[in-house]
Design a protein. Sequence first.
Length: 661
Amino acid sequence: MRMEQAIVIECLAPTLDGGRYAVKRVLGQEVELAADVFKDGHDLLRAQALICGPGERSWRAVPLTYSFDADRWYGRVTLDRVGTWRFTVEAWIDRFGTWRSELEKKVAAKLDVSSELLEGGEFVHQAAPHARGTDFRRLADAAAKLVDAGVPQAERVKAALDADLLALMATFGKREGLSRAGVEYPIRVDPIDAGFAAWYEFFPRSTATEPGRHGTFRDAAKFLPRVAAMGFDVVYLPPIHPIGRTARKGPNNTLTAGPDDPGSPWAIGNEHGGHDAVNPELGSLADFDAFVQEARRLGIEVALDYALQCSPDHPWVREHPEWFFVRPDGTIKYAENPPKKYEDIYPINFWCDDREGLWNACRDVLLFWISHGVRTFRVDNPHTKPFDFWEWAIAEVHARHPDVVFLAEAFTRPKRMKNLAKLGFAQSYTYFTWRNTAAELREYLEELTRPPVSDYMRGNFFANTPDILHEYLQHGGRPAFRIRHLLAATLLPVYGIYSGYELSENVPVKEGSEEYLDSEKYQVRHRNWDAPESLAREIAAVNRVRRENRALQLYDNLRFHDSGHEDVLFYSKLSWGNDLLIAVTTDPAKAVEAELAVPRAALGLADGEPLVLESLLGGECVTWEDETAAVRFDPTTDDGPVGHVWRIVRGDPAPAEEPTA
């Protein structure tokens, strides 16, 4: 018995670890689907991707087109819904297309094709019953014409090769040997702010206008317009819960706290409650709700810290001691990272006997804050908790609320960091803080923004955090802060700063430490936000450029070019109709001049074609006509440029609009 020859469908893309994890995209993004599809012999094939969005029960077909040079099939589809999508690929033998191709060759060779036309007529006749209305009549008429010996052969050939007939047969022709890939692959589509956002971290307790007073949510709500004026999209709050009293830490992490010392917000829980309560010193839950509403009115999302650890005074310690690490003498083990000790924090035993109860309680904390308007969580040290827990918890939340964004604060080894991204975290902290030279940044960014890493890990370039004051900022002063902000904001579409950055706060607790002196983690701070040296206006200008230019909102369009200077980073961010060139010095201590190599080929410029650039930070226009362009950087003066962001002017600049009355 004759067996139909199988069609091979393999190497589907995009996929991650054979479909074990979902690749990531952002709402509204177009994804390219691809596969290798082939069989023995000379039959022509057709292929299509089948894709199913969240909540859909049926497949949508996406036609795939064959690329001869790549020997691969490609198609594109726009992802218009947040959640998890699935796709696969199917293919079949295109009998009519194969016949049509052979007919063309025989006609070109001036051979008699009477028999071939009868064969083609039969193909069309078999397809006609699958069509309706006008399409049925067109197929029926074509079938009759192809087999009618009374019609001149030239007319029959013309009808057979008609492009409209080919399109009809592609839709209604028999799909012989139909084969489908044996696996469906997931694509996780995140909300837009998972892929493009500027984050600002601040402690609500430090927002009081009177020095020495503990700030509240009401104070923090009044602080929000200042954050909005700088152009930030997300405000991230460290833990807002009641703070433990046992072993409370004092200023600069001292072991003894005074009666008025507020303690570390990461020592969560006291007699007023745990992870689902707010610190009474900040106000009430209703005050927090009002804060979220004010943020949303200003176009800002609120991100909360999700720190799964407890103070000795947390209600869980009393109600569920089995959820912790209990020593043989009955005491509960506190957190340690020898020689450091954290007597004010108890780590959680995620593999305790009551694992189900514990995990559900941790999930319910997330659901509680989601019910109060929070859609973004910065997760504290996720690499110290089980991978299995995160995969489960994030899936549980996304099943109910697919638009929730999780940021992993995973300053850990690369493979752990990447695995957390695979498990469902939409964003991740990175090693940006420790990549300071042009060469280091280029190498690191080429890893982050290229497949396979870019398919699942989305970096969030925080320039500083309450835990990390890098020596680059300590020793580089205000120029270093200007440089790092411009780099963070233009290299990746997601970045963040911790409050005080705009004031260039850079004093460590001691030489060689990355901890701040008088760290806000252990005390209330009061700042003069109107200080003349503030970078707030410069930060606002950069964030405005980010919002106005699509090229800066994309993740995988970063390309580096020769800067002609070891301390200068030169790169492009290209988008349809919005192409940018960016150059930034990485040395805060001296002025430099670089001979930038004009990337003519990358920009599609002909030899000798002038390149017209508009400065998006300065407003002036420049024209580059040579193969290199001399550009000066001077971070040593207050107004000196640390970098340049240029928009490429294609064609004649549009005339200015006439003013209206």
